[in-house]
Design a protein around this ligand. Sequence first.
Ligand code: PLP
Length: 500
Amino acid sequence: MAETTAAGAASPLAPSWLGVPDDPNRLVPALWAHDAERGPDGQLTVAGLPVGKIKAAHGSPVFVLSEADFRARARAFKNAFDTAFADLCGGVDVYYAGKSFLCTAVATWVREEGLRLDTASGGELAVAARAGTPGELIGLHGNNKSDAEIARALELGVGRIIVDSLDELERVAAIAAARGTDTPGSEAPRAKVMLRLTPGVHAHTHEFIATAHEDQKFGLSMAPGTASADFAGAASEAAASMAEEAVAAAAGHDSIELLGVHCHIGSQIFEPEGFEAAAVRLLEFVAAMRAAYGVALPELDLGGGYGIAYLPGDAPRPAAEIAQALAGVVRATCERLAIAVPRISIEPGRAIVGSTTFTLYEVGTIKDVVVDRPEGGGTAVRRYISVDGGMSDNARPVLYDADYSVVLANRTSDAPAQLARVVGKHCESGDIVVRDAYLPADVRAGDLLAVPGTGAYCWALSSNYNYLARPGVLAVRDGAARWIVRGETEEDLLSRDMGA
Ligand SMILES: Cc1ncc(COP(=O)(O)O)c(C=O)c1O
C-alpha cells in the first residue's frame, strides 16, 4: 500500500530547496513581467489581458510576452550601465543577444530603446536586416562563420565581426580585401573586428573559476604557449598566446580594423566577481599588446550572462550593482596599468527577455505514480501533470537540468498545495517542463498552467520533435495581443516534406 503525502504538507519527494508555499496562487514578482498579475476573478492577466481570453483566441501552448516589460528591461539595463560608466567612458554599448529570442518586432524594440543587436548566424543577420537595424549597430558572432555569412555582414556594414579563431581572421581579411568599392580610386571599407578571447574565467550563478586553459571550442586562448609553433611573439618572456598571435596578425592586415577584444564567461551569473576577473585579464592583455606591438585596442566587450530568477529563491544582483562594481574594477585596473579606459560593451540576452514571457499550457492527463522515497524507505506518490507542449517548446530542462516554476493560471484555488511534476506530451521520459512544484491539489484537465521565465532560449531552441507545431509568440500591450511570431500549423509541418 503506497504511503501518500497529506495534501498541503511537504512531500518527501520534494528537493530540499523547495518549500511548501503559503499560497500556491501567489505570483512571486521576481519571476514575472511587471504587468502580470491576478485579475479580480483570479485569472492570470498580462497588460490587462486574461489568460482565458488568450487561450480562447489563440490556443495553446503559446509564449506570452509583455512588450512593455521587454522595453522597460532593455531601457533599465542600458541606463544601469550608462550611469555606472558615464564618467569613465561616456556610457556602454549594450548589444541585445538575439540568440536568446529574436524576431523582427524584437529587433525593432531593441533599436527603439537605444540598444544594439548581437547576432550569431546568417539567419539572425537576416532578421536584423529585415527589421532595418543599421549595420553599424550589429555585431556578428559565431565560431564557424561561413564565407557567405562574413560577406553578408560586410555588405550590411556591420559594426563588428567578433572573430573566434586565427583561421577565421584570415578569411575575414581575405573576403574584406577582395570586396570592391563603389567609389573609384578608393579602397573597400575595412572589416571592423573584435577578437573573442578566452580569459580562463568561467562563471555560473554564485561562483566563478579562473584557470589558464579552457577546454572548449570558443575564442582565442590567452594562455601562454597556445600560439602556433612558428609564431614567436613579442609581448613578454613567456611563450606567446593564440590571442597575442591574433593581435599581431590582425595588425598586419590592411583590410582589417581591429577594434578591440571580447569575452563571454558563462550564463545565468548572479554576482559581479567573474565579470570583474575577466575584465582585469582583458585589460592586462590590452596593456601588454600596446607595449609589445604599439597596437591600441580601444574597445572591450564583456559579453552576456547576467542571470534572472527562475525560482522563488533566486536573487541575482541587480544590473545597477553589477555595473557599479564592474566600473570600479575597470577604473582601478586602467589606472594601475596606465592605459586609457576602453569603450565598454556588453551582450545581455536572458536578462532582458527572460522574465518578459510565460508559456501558457493546457492541462491534459493527470497521473499519480507511486515511487520509492529517496530516503528512509517506503513509497510516496508523485503527481504527473501532462500539458500540451513540452521539450519541443522548452528544451532547457532536458539540455541543462534547468528548473522552472509554475502556477495555475485560469483561476485561483483554495485546495492545499501538492507536489507535482509538470511534463510534456513527447515520447521521452525526460520530457519535463517543471521538475518539482507545489500546485493546488485540484488542478484538473482543461485548466491552464503558466510557466514564467520562458522568454530566453525557449522559443529560440524549439523543435518539431514528434511533429509538434512550434508555438507562436504573442506580444501583449495595453490589453491587446498580436503575434510577433505566429504559431506553426499542420500545413507548415508538412510543407517541407517533398512527398513519396
Ligand atoms: C558570445 C555571447 N554573448 C552573449 C550571450 C548572451 O548570454 P545571456 O543570454 O546569458 O546574457 C551569449 C550566450 O550564449 C554568448 O555566447
